[in-house]
Design a protein around this ligand. Structure first.
Ligand SMILES: Cc1cc2nc3c(=O)[nH]c(=O)nc-3n(C[C@H](O)[C@H](O)[C@H](O)COP(=O)(O)OP(=O)(O)OC[C@H]3O[C@@H](n4cnc5c(N)ncnc54)[C@H](O)[C@@H]3O)c2cc1C
Length: 700
């Protein structure tokens, strides 16, 4: 029989254990409550941007823009001559804005990095530009273009802006035709259209596979006319390195100029203007490998951000499904095969894993696989839209097949885009007429004839829907600083439908900014031209010079590109097509380490006061590192999957994106709080007044 003391001792132990367990549970509960309270406090104290602050006009959706134009303030012609506007960028957004503002009578100073405005990245755009003309009589309308764009963006865009975009889309086509842009025409002479992803109508106007080039030539001719008339002063091979802020009589800082580096001489120069407009393009090159032009960068956006302009939705990055797969480690560029190819090309992988393995080993070609053994997975999964599902859906579906082992090239990271059926149906000549230059480009890069063997494609970083936050007037949260084109957070929500970027850039430049900027400038007519000798200009120039000196002094062991490539790999692996909380946290740590490595070990040859490509790249990389981190921070906080932002924790059983409308239906804006400090979140709620939010469905 157990002794009494033993029993007491055991009972004591049991009691202590039980008490410990209760304590543990209690402290867990306390921690949970504490966390919930912190979340609630955070939620309650997160600043909010109201529709009034975003200057969204009241009234019915279809009358907002008309009402705005009827009541906005204007600047009379005599006063326009007294006002200077800086436009940074000569892509479709910048060139169209500079030409329009000059034509209206303002004095414009226009800057670009390239040696000619015509070389802006916009020239690369291939597929087309959307407009709701309904030339095909297939049921299109302004409302339908609006609806497709809102839905395609996964209900994360502002209703009023998207409606305005759809409304002015038709004017863009008229404007460009009047300029002589050679859009493709049908046999009878009418403008032709083709279909792009996310739409069931044909509304895409195109000029073979060179739409961006032809549109840019149109904008460039309008710009050249104003350069000839002396209304635009053109500064090519100049890179803006900072924005100059000067306080007004109420102590409010306003954008009053820029500091730019002459890329040929290395000289730092100062420029004054009454307002600054930035159309500097997207930041997709944060990933190193992307379809963007090599000079595309996010530095102008970061300069705006550091001066108080909010960076909105940085994590929304579009991965384009039809790019030529990566072929080696020494590659610096990825090539897009236009989405227009999805009109006639059919996407597939083998049904059988053994066929995929033989393709990967190079033992067979795509054409050797019989029809019954091909899996047209987009047509199978999304019968209503088939190969024309939006880009985010098509990209994830390709990744899913490749992750399961069905990839068709040596890396296992490619799917087929096959024209054999189209060639049979239409004939080789018709296919060549429509897509000839793209086929030629493919053959030159891959060394394989796409008429004979299906093309291989894989998703790649292509477009950034995130960017600088702007109100309905395209003004940032900084007075006098406007942002247009891909550089702003734009009208595409979490995913851009194909052929909508050209539409947005030209809408901003030709038809929106020329109105809205007057509302700001009408109060500025009494502001005299300011001297660039003012201390604010001197101070801004000093900061720029110090940054350059700091970079030049490092003289480390790593080339700029080698560090950029490492950043790109981190971005692709941790902030890429599929993101997780764990991966994003890891990614942030790695980006912080890259930042340290860059600022202690980069090597920039040559001198600062000469032409120096490596210095240019280093200055841009310093900002890509910051943007990469901001993207990861934003992606981590957005606990949902929407459009180009896919969090693996939030998906349906079929692997589709799962939004959390009750928690994340807002624009996530980030405010700069200082070097190495965490940015502050500010929300612009997206209350859908006119559109019912649905789960996106491209199946039926
Ligand atoms: C390969 C490819 C194909 C595409 N095809 C299509 C398509 O078919 N349809 C469609 O709608 N969209 C398409 N897009 C997207 C579209 O081309 C871009 O979103 C759009 O052209 C961006 O125009 P932008 O004027 O905003 O900027 P960009 O054309 O990128 O111009 C940026 C300008 O800013 C200047 N700049 C940048 N930083 C500075 C600085 N610090 N100082 C001075 N100047 C600066 C540059 O020199 C340049 O002039 C495509 C994109 C790619 C990559």
């Amino acid at each position: 029989m157990a002794k009494k003391e033993d029993i007491v001792e055991t009972a004591k132990k049991v009691a202590v254990k039980a008490a410990e367990a209760v304590l543990e549970k209690a402290s867990e509960a306390v921690a949970e409550v504490k966390e919930a309270m912190q979340e609630a406090v955070k939620e309650a104290t997160t600043p909010v941007i109201t529709p009034e602050m975003a200057k969204i006009p009241a009234g019915p959706l279809e009358l907002k823009w008309t009402n705005y134009k009827n009541h906005q303030k204007l600047v009379n012609p005599a006063n326009k001559r007294r006002l200077d506007i800086i436009v940074v960028g000569t892509g479709l957004a910048g060139a169209s804005a500079a030409a329009s503002l000059a034509e209206m009578g303002f004095n414009v100073l226009n800057f670009c990095i390239q040696d000619s405005p015509r070389r802006a990245h916009s020239i690369a755009a291939q597929g087309g530009i959307n407009a709701a003309k309904n030339y095909q009589n297939d049921g299109d309308s302004v409302y339908r273009l609006y609806y497709d764009t809102i839905k395609g963006g996964d209900y994360r865009a502002r209703e009023a802006n998207v409606y305005r975009l759809a409304e002015v889309s038709n004017s863009i086509i008229d404007q460009c035709v009047a300029q002589g842009v050679p859009f493709a025409r049908e046999y009878g002479g009418l403008l032709d259209n083709r279909s792009f992803g996310g739409a069931q109508v044909s509304r895409t106007f195109y000029a073979k596979g060179q739409t961006g080039q032809q549109l840019l030539l149109g904008a460039y001719s309008a710009l050249s006319r104003q350069i000839g008339k002396g209304k635009v002063k053109m500064y090519t091979r100049y890179e803006m390195l900072d924005i100059v802020m000067i306080k007004d009589e109420n102590g409010e800082p306003r954008a009053r100029g820029i500091i730019a580096r002459n890329l040929v001489t290395g000289r730092i120069e100062r420029f004054f203007a009454h307002a600054v407009v930035v159309g500097s393009g997207g930041y997709g090159n944060t990933f190193f490998l992307s379809t963007n032009a090599m000079a595309s960068n996010g530095s102008a956006a970061m300069q705006m951000y550091r001066h108080g302009a909010y960076f909105a939705n940085p994590c929304y990055a579009q991965i384009h499904p039809t790019c030529i797969p990566k072929h080696g480690d020494f590659q610096s560029k990825l090539t897009l095969m236009s989405e227009s190819l999805r009109n006639d090309g059919r996407i597939w992988v083998p049904k059988k894993l053994e066929d995929a393995k033989r393709l990967q080993a190079g033992e067979i070609k795509g054409r050797d696989i019989p029809e019954e053994d091909r899996d047209y997975y987009l047509e199978r999964r999304y019968p209503a839209f088939g190969n024309l599902v939006p880009r985010d859906v098509a990209s994830r579906a390709a990744k899913e097949r490749c992750d399961k082992g069905y990839g068709v090239n040596n890396t296992g990271l490619a799917v087929f885009l096959d024209f054999s059926e189209a060639i049979q149906r239409l004939g080789k000549d018709v296919v060549a007429q429509k897509y000839g230059n793209l086929f030629q480009m493919y053959e030159k890069i891959v060394d394989e004839n796409p008429y004979e063997n299906p093309m291989m494609i894989f998703p790649a970083i292509h477009y950034t829907m995130g960017g600088i936050w702007v109100d309905y007037e395209l003004q940032t949260s900084v007075k006098g600083l406007f942002c247009i084109g891909e550089a702003n957070f734009s009208d595409h929500g979490a995913n851009r439908l194909g052929a909508s970027a050209l539409m947005q850039g030209l809408a901003d430049g030709y038809f929106v900014l020329p109105y809205t900027i007057q509302n700001y400038l009408s109060d500025q007519i009494g502001v005299p031209r300011m001297s660039t000798d003012l201390p604010e200009f001197a101070e801004a120039e000093k900061h720029v010079q110090e940054k350059i000196d700091k970079l030049m002094a490092i003289q480390g062991n790593r080339s700029v590109d080698s560090i950029h490539k490492e950043l790109g790999l981190i971005m692709w692996d941790f902030v890429g097509m599929g993101r997780t909380a764990e991966g994003l946290k890891e990614g942030i740590k790695k980006i912080d380490a890259i930042k340290k490595e860059f600022w202690t070990n980069v090597y920039i040859p040559g001198e600062a006061n000469h032409l120096n490509n490596e210095l240019e790249k280093a200055l841009r990389l310093a900002d890509f590192i910051e943007i990469g981190r901001l993207m990861a921070v934003d992606a981590l906080h957005r606990e949902e999957s929407c459009g180009g932002h896919f969090r693996e924790e939030y998906q349906t059983p079929e692997g589709e994106a799962l939004r959390q409308d009750d928690k994340f239906s807002y624009v996530g804006c980030w405010k700069y709080m200082g070097e190495d400090k965490e940015p502050q979140l500010i929300k612009e709620p997206l209350d859908y007044e006119f559109t019912e939010r649905k789960t996106r469905n491209y199946k039926n």
